[in-house]
Write a protein that binds this ligand. Sequence first.
Ligand SMILES: Cc1cc2nc3c(=O)[nH]c(=O)nc-3n(C[C@H](O)[C@H](O)[C@H](O)COP(=O)(O)OP(=O)(O)OC[C@H]3O[C@@H](n4cnc5c(N)ncnc54)[C@H](O)[C@@H]3O)c2cc1C
Length: 645
Amino acid sequence: MGVSKNFFLDNPDLRFQIESLPWEDIAPYIAPFPAEQDAIKSRGAELREQAKEFLTTLGEYIATQIAPYAKELDEQHPREDAGEVYDAPRMKKIVEGFGQLGAPALCLPAHCGGMDAPWLMVAIIMELLARADTSVATFFGFHDGPAHTLLTQALEDGEFEHEDGVLTKTPWDDIVRGIAERGEFGAMVLTEPGAGSDLAVIATKATLAADDTWRINGSKIWITCGHGEHLLVLARSEEKGASPGLKGLSLFYVPAHVTKDGKRVRNVELGTIEKKMGQSSLVTATLNFNDSEARLVGQRGHGFRLMLLFMNSARLAVGFEGIGICEAALRMAVDFAKERVTMGKPIIEHEMIADFIDDMESSIAAMRALAYRASIDEELASRISYFLKVKPPQNEKERMALEKKAKQKKRDARIKTPLVKYLGSEEGVRMTRLAMQIMGGVGYMKEYGAEKLLRDSLIGPIYEGTSQIQSLMVLKDHLQRAMRNPALFLAAHAKAKLETVHSLDSVHAAYARIKSIYFSAVQTILTQMVVDKFGDLKGQPLLHFKPAFLASWNPKKDFSFGLLHAERFTKIAAMRAASKELVRQADAKKGESEYAFRRQVAERYMNRSEPRMRGLLLEIEHTRTSIFRRPGQKKHTKHEAHANS
Ligand SMILES: Cc1cc2nc3c(=O)[nH]c(=O)nc-3n(C[C@H](O)[C@H](O)[C@H](O)COP(=O)(O)OP(=O)(O)OC[C@H]3O[C@@H](n4cnc5c(N)ncnc54)[C@H](O)[C@@H]3O)c2cc1C
């Protein structure tokens, strides 16, 4: 099978994305903040060249120093000794090598030993690494992740100093420096035995001791890189009565070790190290906190808000991880299908196999287009917010316009992030399964790596918020957007319908049909929710629903029909969003040599997506009511479940 020497240079679609990223849009918000058009343009070009140069080096390193050891990583496990946990030998070697290349410091600030590169680079590296091995990609995420979270808090809450916009001090510099310069890493510590998707029931307690220091008590489970030094822990600091649920949570920095009587001792006890179906080399640990010393991050009661800020980029990163897995699956499948001959020809020439591969190729291009756009939105949102703090435009009108832009980018990133996470992780599972099928019996054997890819992919839809939790977020955001301005929504729907008939451009007509299906899904869900609430309102326009609907809105009951279809709807919304980006990328190349090819990529993806979306819409339309309102339908209660077991 083909062995790549460079994961960046051998990937034309990835190189196209890097080339097309609007680096010039970020340039004005990176110190020294170029203002003139020429300076912005040349800074943008410089950022693009730097990225390509770094990715070329990294692409070679990953292809030659990490990918060949994927099997070894799969067979090795972390080692426990005297209360400490040590990485498996191959993982240790890879992480050290990666540190020497400077990758963990890439996007951290220069005053802490970092290179101040855009966060986008983390996303790209996640894709490259995951193509080699997902456990390495995830481990890499736990270098940048904790540092990124602490810095985000300092910037959000204005706890920093700067010189001409260049960061010079934050309260977290020692920790960030340890990550950038000393190869340290950390973990994000949320989950408990009773609290996974539902973080509102977190029980781990944070108490302010008489000496004004915080102490943490409780247990957390399944913590990736739980053997790391820098732990960011979500714990309950407020009384339940006054601040129930998520409002009672604060974020804490907890060092894994402290110095007592001149000796370095554990501040947090390491419990069980899990054996998992994939990512074997990666530590997944129980952490026990027994009066562990802690430092509050940000303000009391703001823990969940801060965690959400971090989760946006963490979820994007998991989406990118999914794209890397898909790329690995595709390449493995294509290599095999070119060589394996059945019925007189290579299986890649059999229609069904060729169709699988075509599906994989166009879906990967679509995911990539969407994911890179989402990362640019995220990058711009945080960079403009920082710029507004350190160099706000003196002209009031300009300042207000920039504030509006920052808010818009934040909204754009928020809308796209769960779609990227959902699509990347679910497609990872689908495509590794397809690769296994293409490889037949060889795919099932451990020796060839396809079954490892499938095992590794299965965590994507679970961590950083399950696919169902992403779907709830997608549904809520999209329905709210339609309800906020029903007139605008209906006008957009009508316009899309008209375009399906009148657009002379085949790519735009295809996208209009895609949009129209999406709008129909929103309208069907909203209408059925109203019918569920008020009875038969057939024939009444959506515009009339809003006042009555919102007047007595009960999210627990009234959302029921939407909740039933949240995942189907998310698939529709994701295919629509990815199609939009492919069309945008094709249009941007008008007049250039790549134009015809990019149109073809968009068309191939939309030709597959349209019937899939129609099928999902049909499923939604044919379920006339919420599952709990169907005649004879009984809710399974906890009591019954126990009685049956
Ligand atoms: C390998 C691994 C690594 C992990 N790493 C970390 C880590 O580093 N830090 C950390 O804090 N946690 C970590 N986790 C925990 C992970 O984030 C949780 O497993 C995840 O959030 C889901 O929680 P749960 O497993 O308790 O499932 P539950 O919340 O019990 O959910 C069970 C099922 O019900 C569904 N569900 C739940 N609520 C709803 C709803 N309202 N509507 C519809 N469906 C719903 C879920 O989608 C899921 O399918 C890790 C887990 C694993 C397996």
